[in-house]
Structure formats: structure tokens, C-alpha cells
Design a protein around this ligand. Structure first.
Ligand SMILES: Cc1ncc(COP(=O)(O)O)c(C=O)c1O
Ligand SMILES: N[C@@H](CCCC[NH3+])C(=O)O
Length: 374
């Protein structure tokens, strides 16, 4: 296989899915997979075997999930800016719920549902105003965020929302952010959700489910120490703090399902030293295969997997794209690396391939699956 390529440990994916399914069963929680994290066909086929639903962020993602064999009734669709054709497609497919993120979207959807002669099941995506203590680039539930409708705006419009004849408001949805490692944040989230749900039900809403989103973080620093994320702890927090009544509880995990099972394999092209003395290791991958370091300053653990020496050097690992932020890490200690060596960039299964681009007309990377190597 030509480098760079993604290598997926399908056995680890299966173990991760087993863990999330077994832990969620204890409380009867329903788990959706956030397909934006990685929509590779082979991975989707495995995820489907474990009975997860799908959380989508575009009409094309809904279509992909349906083509991959997921039951439309197990698909939810959120997004601040759904185009008319995407809303119409979701109505047609009769998915589990369209998660609306503005009052205007609710009004437009109601009119479209009327036109289609349907009643559409909807969840209100609430912005709970919570600091998820993660990288600010990937938080989604603070007051000023573009995501969700503020609780106050829902209260002000409660009557109007309830009067929409072609929508059945069946759920409350929220997602406070991604790569959350401080799990106590979810405790605050549950307390806010309790107030929101109970007050809205007092106003006459009746919710079949509460969807608390995804966000469970993975261990980018030391992936070997924690290959499977701690679903049990998150579920226990939600169990202890969310007042559920007879409502279903749904989750939407992306990174925690596929993050650790993928790595990006890249080859060293050149060594060079800048005039300031910085040792650059130029590899054949770039931000076009894995944009997270360039986009958010995110850290991924890197290792030289073919070096023949144990002596190390400090490198700045940079990619081939014509952008100065195209670097994977700075001042990283690696076994002494020469042209032709292979490096692995770890924990790249989520938001790696799915965010790849063809900038500089780069080819998209291929994929290799562990189960084919046995
Ligand atoms: C609405 C929604 N649900 C689920 C997810 C999945 O999040 P994560 O990959 O952090 O589990 C995201 C992405 O952050 C999202 O925006
Ligand atoms: N793509 C992001 C997270 C955003 C997830 C979707 N809201 C990442 O790589 O961390």
C-alpha cells in the first residue's frame, strides 16, 4: 500500500463496540454512532453488526447511513444549517428524529411536513450553556455557540412550538462538546438537563427520549494505556445524576468509538535543519490526510516504527502541504529517523479520514484493515 494510509485495528474496534454495548445495556441506554467521525464502509459494516443507531450531520450522512444498511428509524439528524433538500430527504426517509436547532428551522420544517402530508418526529436541540473543559475549538454548548436553541428562547416560544401541527416534539437533544476528559462536566450537564426537561414537560411537552450527545474523550497522550474509553464511568454518572422517568436516554459517540482503532502510517521523505537549528522531519502525509494538528493544535502521539536504532533525536514533524501550520508535532523525541522510515501517527481513527481534503490536489489516502492482515 502506498503511503500515507490509514491502518485500522478492526479487532480493537470490535472490543470497543462490545464494551459500549455491554455497558449501555446495564441501563438500557441507546447508543448512536456519530458518523461524521469516520464513514469508512468497512468500519460502518462492523458498527452496524453491534446494533448501534446513527447520528448524522448532513443529508449525505443520512443517505450514507441508509446505504450502509442502518434502519432509518435508528437515525437522528442534527445540524444548524440544514438545506431544504436535506430536510425534505430526511422527512421522506422517516428517520427517528430531526434535531432542530432554531425556531425558524422548526417553522420551515413544519411547513415542509405539511406539504409532504407527514407528521415529523423532532427533537429540540437545546444549548445548555455548559463549559465542557475541552479545546475551545470543539466546544458546542456554551451560550454564545452557534449550536442549539437557548432554553430561554424555547420557553419564550413554547406555545408556538407546541402548536406546530405537523411536528411531533418527541425529544430533547444536546451535545456540549467533544474530547471531554473531565467527566464531572457531564454531572453538571445532567443537572441542567433535569431542569430543562422537567420545566418543559410542565408546559405541556412530553418527551420520549433525552439525547445527551457524545463527547467522551480518548487518551491522545498515552493511547496504549487506555485503548478503550471509559464508557462505564460516563454511564454511571448519567445514571446517578439524570432524572430519567420513563424516558429513553440516548448517546451519540464518535471519537470514543473509532478514535483509537485508527492510525496514519506515513513515510519519511527528507531531513533538514532550519537556519535557527530546528530539525525538520518531512513526511509524506500532511494536513490533507489528518488536519487536527493544523486546525486545532491537537496532539497525536507519533512513533518511528522501522528505525534500526534506539538513539533518539528531537524533531519537528512537518507535512507536504503548502501551509505553514501543516505540522504534526514540534520538538518530539523520535528514534533517529532517515529517509524511507515509517512513522505512525496514533489515535487518528476519528476525524482523520472524514476530514481529509484534496488540497494541493493530493490523492486521498487508502486504508488497510487489521482483519485482512491475519
Ligand atoms: C451533535 C453531535 N453529536 C455527536 C458528536 C460526536 O462527538 P464525539 O466524537 O465527541 O463523541 C458531535 C461532534 O462533536 C456532534 O456535533
Ligand atoms: N472534528 C473535531 C471535533 C468536532 C466534532 C464534531 N462536532 C475533532 O477532530 O476533534
Amino acid at each position: 500500500m502506498e503511503t500515507p494510509f490509514y491502518l485500522y485495528d478492526t479487532e480493537l474496534l470490535r472490543q470497543t463496540l462490545e464494551s459500549v454495548v455491554n455497558e449501555s445495556k446495564r441501563y438500557n441506554y441507546k447508543v448512536h454512532y456519530a458518523i461524521k467521525a469516520n464513514y469508512d464502509d468497512r468500519l460502518l459494516a462492523i458498527i452496524r453488526e453491534y446494533g448501534l443507531g446513527v447520528d448524522c450531520a448532513s443529508g449525505n450522512e443520512v443517505q450514507k447511513a441508509i446505504e450502509a444498511g442502518f434502519d432509518p428509524k435508528s437515525i437522528v439528524y442534527a445540524g444548524v444549517g440544514k438545506r431544504d433538500k436535506e430536510l425534505r430527504y430526511a422527512i421522506e426517509q422517516e428517520i427517528m428524529a430531526i434535531n432542530c436547532e432554531s425556531i425558524e428551522e422548526l417553522l420551515v420544517l413544519d411547513a415542509m411536513a405539511a406539504e409532504a402530508g407527514r407528521t415529523v418526529e423532532v427533537a429540540l436541540r437545546v444549548n445548555p450553556d455548559i463549559d465542557p473543559k475541552t479545546n475551545h475549538c470543539i466546544d458546542t454548548g456554551q451560550a454564545d455557540s452557534k449550536f442549539g436553541i437557548s432554553y430561554e428562547e424555547i420557553l419564550d416560544n413554547a406555545e408556538r412550538i407546541r402548536s406546530l401541527k405537523h411536528l411531533r416534539i418527541v425529544g430533547v437533544h444536546l451535545h456540549i462538546g467533544s474530547q471531554i476528559r473531565e467527566l464531572h462536566v457531564f454531572e453538571n450537564m445532567c443537572q441542567k438537563v433535569n431542569v430543562i426537561v422537567e420545566n418543559l414537560e410542565r408546559l405541556g411537552f412530553s418527551f420520549r427520549f433525552v439525547d445527551v450527545g457524545g463527547g467522551l474523550g480518548i487518551n491522545y497522550d498515552m493511547p496504549e494505556n487506555e485503548p478503550i474509553p471509559n464508557f462505564a464511568s460516563l454511564f454511571a454518572i448519567v445514571h446517578n445524576h439524570l432524572r430519567v422517568g420513563d424516558r429513553e436516554v440516548h448517546f451519540e459517540f464518535g471519537r470514543s468509538i473509532v478514535g483509537e482503532c485508527g492510525e496514519l502510517i506515513t513515510r519519511v521523505l527528507f531531513n533538514k535543519t532550519t537556519a535557527t537549528g530546528r530539525k525538520l522531519l518531512i513526511v509524506d502525509a500532511s494536513m490533507t490526510e489528518l488536519i487536527r494538528p493544523a486546525l486545532y493544535g491537537s496532539y497525536h502521539n507519533i512513533e518511528n516504527i522501522t528505525a534500526e536504532t534506539d538513539r533518539t533525536d528531537k524533531y519537528t514533524v512537518v507535512g507536504t502541504a503548502c501551509e505553514s501550520t501543516d505540522r504534526f508535532d514540534e520538538n518530539v523525541s523520535l528514534r533517529r529517523s532517515v529517509r524511507g522510515d515509517l512513522l505512525t501517527i496514533k489515535s487518528a481513527g476519528a476525524y482523520g479520514m472524514s476530514m481529509a481534503s484534496r488540497y494541493n490536489l493530493h490523492d486521498l489516502p487508502g486504508a488497510v484493515y487489521g482483519e485482512d492482515l491475519m
